[in-house]
Design a protein around this ligand. Structure first.
Ligand SMILES: [Ca+2]
Ligand SMILES: [Zn+2]
Length: 373
């Protein structure tokens, strides 16, 4: 595959966003490399199967582990990654299936969870359902409580700005605290609490622009804590996206997967920020959902395993705005979960995670983060 020839295709798949105020554009970055989840489930390597999923979901992007073109961490900027992934996906798509679907108008920078990771989630779904059934059989009617332990997470917040002006991305302590409070409130109903373990502010114009390629450099300098601790990076520029994050994986201390773990978020999405419709602080909520192992509710479209969460109705594509009553998979049960934090609705539309997502968070937490160093 020639990466260059696919640029047009990548643009079709993922047009640059005109304004972050118009469409949510955020997502998670999957583990790159086959080591992403090995050690836990030993899933089969089924690149083509994964690739076929690309054809049914335009926001899709890619499993880094399946990419034919290695992307060095130093070149791992959001824009570069978006295009590189699209290139690879488009190139593979040419041989694997028909033309990609047209864009729906948002340029999600979110890579797809890898095929391996999707299989992990499907296996979790099976185990969770079995546990639930067993709980009912044994007369335990609080099965959800059994499967959803309390989770406490230490959070490190890094402000990375181009200058000490607010427009440069330099959040005030009050802004940081307000954002943190939003995160706490959003997750509290699901038994998840956060403690603010530390904050720091860095002025570095290169680091503050995610498209410039300093992600790993920045993270090597700023990351704190262990793999069960959450690092949030608030940047001045995100290349047209609102944020991205990394799914749980098996990551040894010092490894690339370990260092890059955490979420990168556009500074103006914090409460009261300048990202119209996305300034109640819930881009962080959405991204942290990915950090806990949740996929977009529109993952996989109307067919197949979707997000592998049974109580989030299937969804053909990302929602935009707050389209009450939207039913993009009319042949499937339920209307679109537009109020779910893992859709792309505007912040004011966000209301909830589901019990199934709470359980899934617990499954990932237990397997990948709880006992990590
Ligand atoms: Ca679902
Ligand atoms: Zn996302």
């Amino acid at each position: 595959m020639g990466p260059i020839l696919d640029l047009a295709a990548s643009q079709i798949l993922h047009p640059a966003r005109d304004s972050e105020a118009e469409h949510r554009s955020s997502g998670s970055r999957p583990e790159r490399g086959s080591g992403s989840i090995k050690g836990r489930r030993d899933p089969p390597q089924t690149a083509l199967k994964f690739i076929s999923s690309i054809s049914i979901s335009p926001q899709l992007f890619n499993s880094f582990s399946d990419l034919p073109v290695p992307l060095g961490p130093s070149s791992c900027t959001h824009f570069k990654m978006r295009f590189s992934l699209a290139l690879a996906a488009a190139g593979l798509a040419q041989t694997a299936f028909a033309a990609p679907q047209p864009s729906r108008g948002f340029g999600c920078g979110a890579p797809e969870p890898s095929e391996e990771l999707l299989q992990v989630s499907q296996q979790f779904a099976v185990e969770e359902a079995q546990a639930l059934a067993e709980s009912y059989r044994s007369g335990n009617l609080t099965a959800r409580d059994v499967t959803a332990q309390a989770i406490s997470v230490r959070v490190y917040i890094h402000v990375v700005a181009a200058s000490t002006a607010l427009s440069g991305g330099y959040l005030t302590d009050t802004m940081i605290n307000n954002q943190f409070s939003v995160l706490q409130s959003a997750f509290a109903p699901y038994g998840i609490s956060f403690t603010l373990a530390g904050t720091d502010k860095t002025v570095n114009a290169n680091w503050a622009d995610d498209s410039k390629g300093y992600e790993m450099t920045m993270k090597r300098a700023l990351r704190k804590g262990t793999y069960k601790d959450l690092n949030l990076y608030f940047l001045q520029k995100m290349g047209g996206n609102l944020g991205y994050c990394y799914f749980p994986t098996t990551a040894s201390p010092g490894s690339t997967a370990y260092i890059r773990d955490g979420c990168t978020i556009l500074y103006s999405t914090t409460p009261g920020g300048s990202s119209t419709n996305y300034n109640l602080g819930h881009t962080a909520t959405h991204e942290v959902g990915h950090w806990f192992g949740l996929y977009h509710t529109f993952q996989g479209g109307c067919t197949g395993a979707g997000d592998s969460v049974s109580d989030t109705p299937a969804q053909a594509s990302a929602s935009s705005g707050c389209p009450v009553g939207r039913d993009s998979c009319p042949s499937q049960a339920g209307v679109d979960p537009i109020h779910n934090y893992m859709d792309y609705s505007i912040d004011s539309c966000y209301e909830e995670f589901t019990p199934g997502q709470q359980t899934r968070i617990n499954s990932f937490w237990t397997s990948y983060r709880q006992n990590a160093s």
